[in-house]
Design a protein. Structure first.
Length: 161
């Protein structure tokens, strides 16, 4: 079919418009960003001193998209039982390539005297329940969005996890 025949035939024009529209719609759908998944990997004891300690919250952040994403902010809070241990967002930007993941370690420093009964429980029983709660801000080619995360577990001082 020549260009002149296409222009002269309304049915042919409609058919080609539908094909082009379907191609554009399919292309745009693949650009719609999916939120990253944030999986809690654990809590690791990083440093111990007489007055306090530093713990790393270990997360795996997975990018399910066909394009790279930019983690712009990660805010978090760590609780031991119901006691707030620490909060933070000391996070430098992290780029995660398409269909890939990255391990992120978030430090939380605290003093023993602020934890009271939590330290007593950890010393006497060797274990304490913990909860990590936060949100991540992700930059994509078509805008930024936030994704909350939360996880809980039990820290065993003898096993170090």
């Amino acid at each position: 079919m020549t260009l002149l025949q296409i222009i002269a035939s309304p049915r042919a024009v409609a058919r080609y418009v539908l094909v082009v529209l379907a191609a554009v719609t399919t292309g745009c759908a693949s650009l719609r960003p999916q939120p990253p998944t944030v999986d809690f990997r654990g809590v690791a004891l990083k440093d111990v001193a007489l007055s306090g300690a530093t713990i790393d919250i270990v997360l795996s952040v997975r990018n399910p998209n066909a394009f790279g994403i930019d983690i712009r902010r990660l805010a978090y809070s760590l609780y031991a039982d119901s006691t707030l241990v620490g909060v933070g967002q000391p996070f430098d930007r992290l780029q995660i390539p398409a269909n890939d993941s990255s391990i992120v370690r978030l430090p939380v420093a605290f003093e023993y005297r602020t934890l009271g009964m939590v330290v007593v429980q950890l010393v006497t029983q060797g274990e304490v329940n913990y909860r990590v709660k936060g949100d991540v801000t992700v930059g994509t080619p078509i805008g930024d969005f936030n994704r909350p995360f939360e996880a809980a577990g039990r820290y065993n001082a003898r096993k170090g996890r």
